[in-house]
Design a protein around this ligand. Structure first.
Ligand SMILES: *[C@@H]1O[C@H](CO)[C@@H](O)[C@H](O)[C@H]1NC(C)=O
Ligand SMILES: *[C@@H]1O[C@H](CO)[C@@H](O)[C@H](O)[C@H]1NC(C)=O
Length: 250
């Protein structure tokens, strides 16, 4: 009986400490330090590098290259000359762990907030796409490999969360994460945009690259939404398992 009791206490301690400390290699910052936000910028940069190959204990997948099984997006409503519905399968995103975090801002009272602005030199989205809709007067119905490569991307992420209590500890759960990508340049390569018409497909790719700003403005909101949702899930694996005051020391 006594042995049983002792071993269950030990088991409980092991199980609870398990979910209570940060993944190995992640650093923390002290909120009261004058350079807290600067420290946090470095800590986030390092965390992404440390978690590059994922973390089994926390259920975090490999983040660079980041794999997305399936995603869909639709261009924003209201533009009759540019309407596309697209899907991406077997997508590989590279460059995330190269982010340089330029600044962060945090909010810890009542509700939780974390904003960051960073820069990624080169960010690629490569996968199997399907796309249909209309660009100018052309009806698109394509399917094949695609490569969207962005250069000098400013990334702005804004995460908002609520606190909750578990085992006498306070945790945060993010309920929104909006991501904005502002690339300095984007190159597009969509193979086979018009089924069985290579010539027209090439012409439209050339057009997309010449008019990359217009194309980006229409395609990027869908990407941003998908990234926001996926990264909120990943961030919550840490936020909901490690007490807030262990991540951001008081
Ligand atoms: C919460 O903190 C932010 C800055 O961290 C401050 O601007 C805001 O006034 C605070 N709000 C409350 C309700 O204390
Ligand atoms: C994707 O496009 C970029 C820019 O054009 C190019 O440098 C890169 O090699 C391409 N990647 C693949 C896998 O095709």
């Amino acid at each position: 009986m006594r042995i049983f009791f002792v071993s269950s206490v030990i088991l409980c301690i092991v199980l609870s400490t398990h979910s209570i400390s940060l993944p190995t290699g992640l650093t923390t910052c002290k909120r009261s330090d004058a350079d807290f936000n600067k420290c946090l910028s470095k800590a986030i940069e390092n965390s992404l590098k440390t978690l590059r190959d994922g973390n089994k204990e926390f259920g975090i997948p490999v983040i660079d290259p980041f794999f997305i099984d399936y995603s869909e997006s639709t261009t924003p409503d209201g533009n009759e000359n540019f309407f596309l519905r697209s899907s991406l399968r077997n997508t590989i995103i590279t460059g995330l762990t190269q982010i340089k975090v330029l600044r962060t801002a945090t909010k810890f009272n009542k509700s939780f907030g974390l904003k960051l602005e960073g820069k990624i030199d080169r960010f690629s989205i490569i996968g199997d796409y399907t796309m249909n809709g209309k660009v100018l007067l052309l009806a698109i119905n394509g399917e094949g490999k695609c490569n969207v490569t962005m250069n000098d991307v400013i990334v702005v992420a804004d995460g908002r969360g609520k606190y909750f209590e578990k085992n006498q500890n306070t945790f945060v759960e993010l309920h929104s994460l909006t991501i904005k990508l502002k690339p300095k340049h984007v190159s597009y390569n969509f193979e086979n945009l018009f089924k069985n018409n290579k010539e027209l497909s090439r012409t439209l790719n050339d057009f997309m690259n010449e008019q990359w700003e217009l194309v980006t403005e229409n395609l990027i909101p869908g990407y941003e939404e998908n990234f926001g949702r996926l990264f909120m899930k990943i961030a919550n694996k840490i936020f909901t398992n490690v007490p807030t005051n262990e991540i951001f020391r008081e």
